[in-house]
Structures are given as C-alpha cells and as structure tokens.
Design a protein. Structure first.
Length: 380
C-alpha cells in the first residue's frame, strides 16, 4: 500500500491522545496506531487497518489519492490526462507561473479527491472502510467507458445526505449551548451503509431530476447513446447501464463503496442481451475478509425501492438457470488491486456489450458468487 507510506503522526483526530498504543517511523514518516476510534477531521484523515488506525494529514491524503488515480488511469483516458486534471509538469521547478491560467489546470480529479475525502469527515460509517476499498470504490470517478465528467459536485450537492430527514431523525441531538455549534458528522451507529443506500436509491431519481414531478426513469435500449451520469440527468432517463452508473456515483458521493456489475451476454450469447446492476460493500468485522459485497437494482421512478436487505431471489435475474453460463463482472479501476473477494491477482476486464473489442476496463469476475447465491433460488 505504497500511497499510504508517507503518513504524518498526529493526535488531533482523536478525543483522547492517551489512547495511542504505539508509534513508529517508516522511511522518515511517523505513524500512530490507535485502537477502535478512527474519526477523521478537517485537518487529518484516519484509515482503519484491522483494529488500529493510521493517520495522515489532509494534504498527504489528497496527494495519496491523486497518485492512486493517476497510477490507475484507464488506457483510453491517458491521452486526456491534462484535461482530467492530472498535473503534467513538475511542480518542483522555480518558475513564477505556477498560478493556474484561466482554469486550464483544473480538471475533474481535483473535486473528486476533495469531495471523496470530505465524506470521511462527514459520515461515521466511512470509518471502518479499508483504505483499498475507499480508493477503489469511493474515490473512483469512473465505472465503464462512459464520458468522464465532473459529476461528483453536482450529485453531492443534490443529495446532501447530512441534511436529510433520515439523518436528522436518527442522530442524537446534542445539547447546544451556543447557536454557532454545528454537527458536522454522523455520530450514531444506527445510520448504516445499508440505510443510506436505501435512502439514495429512493431519492436520487427525484433530487437529480430537472423537475421534481418528473423523476429520472428507466428506458430500455439506450446504451451507449445515454449512459454517462450527466447525460442521464439531462435527458431524464437511461437504460440499466446508465441508471446503474448514476446510482453507483450517487452512493460514492455519500462515501459508500459501490460498483457497476453485470453480464455482457445472457447465457454466453450476445443475442440474448446484457444487463447491469450495482454492488455495495459492507464492512463486517466478523467476516474473515473484513466485509462483503451485496447487490441491488437501481429503482428509478419506482414506488418499490430495492434495498440491500431484500432477498436476492426476489430479483428477476437471480435465477439458477442463468449461471454460470452467464458470466458476471464487477468493474473497478486498478488492474492489480486485491479486494476481500479477489482470490487471485490475475488481470481481468469488463466486456462491454457495446464495445466488444475494448479490454481496457478492469474487472473482477463475480460469476462464482452469483452461481452460488442465485443457485439457491427456485426456478422462476
């Protein structure tokens, strides 16, 4: 985990400095290890590793995130690195023209890093996310080969989960002695990734709609014509790929690890069509892998919202007859990162039904998982 080697020792992120159990130095950088409490704040970002916490200054965390994104940029995005906001020149020179000219050095990766790290401060449920999961499935700005746009500020501003009725109905109201006192993060364990996922899947389609009375809805056979998040918002509809990407991005904007999952060809036959949906990562200390992925369907303009608690067998595609002949893949950013469910480091790719010869979107093969889970369902 090289991006996290350069870590600044600090106790500011913890309520009780005496809780620090050990500290040491690696390559001249100090690391503090603290049990249990891994709360980030405006100056320091804290990562949980097993039962201890690793602390970075906000500046170092931003640098680590930027390095991760740059290292794992997809092949077809590399010619546009500058447009995306990756620095193409050496900032260590002594030129006087380091100031941005007309915003030409700005790109989507800047707001991406800033807003992703903000969720570590705002939402307590991000505390237990492993660093590799956060980098890969919260920080990530991409899903498949959709147009790269600055979607995160728009979606984060529209959702504002920390201003939602659910948020305020669950958090413990503090005793306010001063009117200027502001609660800036969730401090109640009853707000979980599962409950926020349900909230996002219920409200995303209305909050991002051009008109409140016309929520974004599903419309078939639109990929690749309409499937990047900004196009879906602008047109007000998309098919399964577009709605899955939008839901994934909405969850990431709230600090929830999510990814697009799907099959490029039912029963291995492209003439049978494809389908995509969403997986969400749930930390679980009781799991030997540290967490698990659960899946759900986007619910645009639907009265019955799908949730992570629903029985998998209730979803139309979770049928034992479909797997393993229908291969399933989960999109990701890095070709080499290992997640808790990855059993090998072999590189894989997400077959794009609309761009069959493209092998540039990294992926994890999830066929065995769906064969096992959906294999227990009765034939439908």
């Amino acid at each position: 985990m090289k991006p996290f080697i350069n870590i600044l020792l600090s106790f500011f992120a913890f309520n009780n400095p005496e809780e620090v159990t050990s500290s040491f130095t690696i390559n001249g950088s100090s690391i503090s290890l603290v049990p249990q409490k891994c709360r980030s704040n405006s100056t320091h970002i804290v990562w949980k590793l097993e039962n201890q916490c690793m602390v970075q200054s906000r500046k170092d965390a931003e640098k680590s995130c930027m390095e991760y994104l740059k290292k794992n940029i997809m092949a077809f995005d590399k010619p546009f690195s500058g447009t995306m906001g990756f620095q193409l020149h050496d900032n260590n020179n002594n030129d006087n023209d380091n100031d941005d000219t007309d915003g030409l050095d700005n790109g989507l990766v800047g707001p991406t890093v800033t807003l992703a790290l903000d969720t570590k401060i705002q939402y307590k449920y991000t505390d237990n996310l492993p660093p590799n999961i956060f980098l890969e499935y919260v920080l990530n700005y991409a899903n498949l080969n959709e147009a790269r746009t600055n979607w995160r500020p728009l979606i984060a501003n529209a959702l504002k989960f920390n201003e939602s009725d659910l948020y305020h109905s669950i958090i413990e109201k503090p005793t306010i002695e001063h009117k200027t006192n502001i609660v800036d993060y969730v401090d109640d364990d009853s707000i979980t990734i599962a409950s926020v996922t349900k909230w996002v899947n219920s409200h995303l389609w209305t909050k991002l709609a051009r008109r409140e009375d016309k929520p974004i809805y599903f419309r078939s056979s639109l990929t690749p014509l309409i499937f990047d998040p900004i196009s879906t918002i602008a047109f007000g509809y998309a098919s399964c790929t577009g709605t899955s990407i939008l839901l994934t991005n909405g969850l990431r904007a709230c600090g929830i690890p999510a990814r697009v999952v799907g099959t490029p060809a039912w029963y291995g036959n492209r003439t049978n069509g494809n389908h995509n949906w969403v997986e969400v990562y749930l930390p679980n200390n009781k799991s030997k892998d540290g967490g698990e992925w659960k899946f759900l369907e986007p619910s645009p303009a639907l009265s019955d919202t799908d949730t992570l608690d629903n029985n998998p067998c209730n979803r139309w595609f979770c049928n034992p007859s479909r797997y393993p002949s229908s291969k399933v893949y989960a999109a990701k950013l890095s070709k080499t990162v290992k997640t808790p469910t990855t059993t090998s480091s072999e590189e894989g790719y997400f077959p794009l039904a609309w761009e069959w010869d493209c092998h540039d979107v990294p992926a994890e093969d999830r066929t065995d998982f769906y064969t096992r889970v959906c294999g227990s369902c009765g034939n439908k």
